[in-house]
Design a protein around this ligand. Structure first.
Ligand SMILES: C[S@@+](CC[C@H](N)C(=O)[O-])C[C@H]1O[C@@H](n2cnc3c(N)ncnc32)[C@H](O)[C@@H]1O
Length: 275
C-alpha cells in the first residue's frame, strides 16, 4: 500500500502485546504526525531553551541533576525540539548535541533555532543505534524521550553506556511506573487503580488494518533498576519529584489532583563505572 493511500485513523486502543519490531518502529511516524500538536500544547511550558525534566516543573537550572555541565560533552536522546540541548548550549555552557528518531520533532527544533537565532546540532537517530564513537560524551540524558517507546530498553542502555566515557553520567526521566495502574485522567477519575501495576503489556493504538500507530511500554521500578544495573551502570539514585502545592498546570494525566497523592515522574541517575 502506498503511503498516500494508507488510512492512519485510530481504530483501536488498549493494552495488548504486539510484535516488538512493529511496536518499536511506530514512534517515528507517530511523533512526525503529532509534533505540531505536542508543541502547541506544551511548547510554552517547555520554553524554547530550557531543560524541563517533568510536568511537576523540575528544571535543570534548579535541580542540577546532570551535575557540572560547563564545558561537558552532552548528548540528549529523544530530544524532541531540543529545548534542553539549546539551554545547555546557550545558557549552561555545555557542548551539547540533540538526537531524536522523529524528523518532525527535529524540524520543530530547527524552527525554534531560526526564531531564536541559535544553531543547535540536531541529529536524527534512534536511541538504540547512536551514530557516535565509543566514549564520545561526558553526560547523556533524556526527559521522557525514547525509553517509553521501545520494547527493547536494554539496547538503549547499551548504546548510552558505549557512547559515554568511563565515569560519564546517564540521567533519564520517565512516567512514574505506578501511574500505569491508574486511568490516564488528571482528575478524581485517575485516583483509583484499575489495572495491575505488574501488567507489562504495552498501551497500543492501531489502524483499521492492524498497523501499530503508537506503542508505549511499561516497566516497573524494579525493571528499570534491573535494566540500568544489568547494562553495567552504577545506580546513583531515583528521584520522585513531588507536585508543588502552587503548581496548577495540567499536562495529560498529570495535574494537581493526582500530584497531591501519587508520583507522576521517575528520574533515574546513574553513571558508567570509571575505567
Ligand atoms: C514525550 S517526547 C519528549 C521530547 C522532549 N524530551 C520533551 O521533553 O519535550 C518523546 C520523544 O521521544 C522520541 N523517540 C521515540 N522513540 C525514540 C527512539 N527509539 N529513539 C529516539 N527518540 C525516540 C520521540 O520522537 C519524541 O520526540
Amino acid at each position: 500500500m502506498s503511503d498516500e493511500s494508507r488510512d492512519d485513523a485510530l481504530a483501536d486502543a488498549g493494552y495488548r502485546e504486539v510484535p516488538d519490531d512493529q511496536g518499536g518502529a511506530a514512534a517515528r511516524g507517530w511523533w512526525d504526525a503529532n509534533a505540531a500538536e505536542y508543541l502547541d500544547e506544551h511548547g510554552d511550558f517547555l520554553g524554547p531553551a530550557d531543560l524541563l525534566w517533568c510536568p511537576e516543573g523540575v528544571r535543570e537550572s534548579q535541580a542540577r541533576l546532570l551535575g557540572d555541565v560547563r564545558g561537558a560533552r552532552v548528548l540528549e536522546v529523544g530530544a524532541g525540539a531540543a529545548q534542553g540541548t539549546r539551554w545547555l548550549r546557550t545558557v549552561a555552557g555545555a557542548q551539547a548535541v540533540a538526537t531524536d528518531v522523529s524528523a518532525g520533532m527535529l524540524a520543530a527544533g530547527a524552527r525554534l533555532d531560526a526564531t531564536a537565532g541559535t544553531r543547535t546540532p540536531l541529529v536524527q537517530a534512534d536511541a538504540r543505534a547512536l551514530p557516535f564513537a565509543d566514549g564520545s560524551f561526558d553526560i547523556v540524558f533524556t526527559a521522557f524521550g525514547a525509553l517509553p517507546f521501545v520494547p527493547d530498553v536494554p539496547r538503549v542502555h547499551a548504546e548510552v553506556l558505549r557512547v559515554l566515557r568511563p565515569g560519564g553520567r546517564w540521567v533519564f526521566a520517565v512516567t512514574h511506573p505506578l501511574r500505569w495502574a491508574f486511568p490516564d485522567d488528571p482528575g478524581a477519575g485517575g485516583l483509583t487503580a484499575t489495572r495491575s501495576y505488574f501488567d507489562r503489556r504495552p498501551y497500543v493504538e492501531s489502524a483499521a488494518d492492524g498497523r501499530v500507530l503508537y506503542a508505549e511500554y511499561h516497566r516497573t521500578v524494579g525493571d528499570h533498576v534491573a535494566d540500568v544495573v544489568g547494562a553495567g551502570f552504577v545506580l546513583d539514585g531515583l528521584v520522585e519529584p513531588e507536585w508543588p502545592p502552587d503548581h496548577r498546570r495540567v499536562w495529560g494525566g498529570w495535574g494537581p489532583v493526582r500530584g497531591a497523592r501519587l508520583p507522576g515522574t521517575l528520574i533515574v541517575r546513574a553513571h558508567r563505572p570509571p575505567a
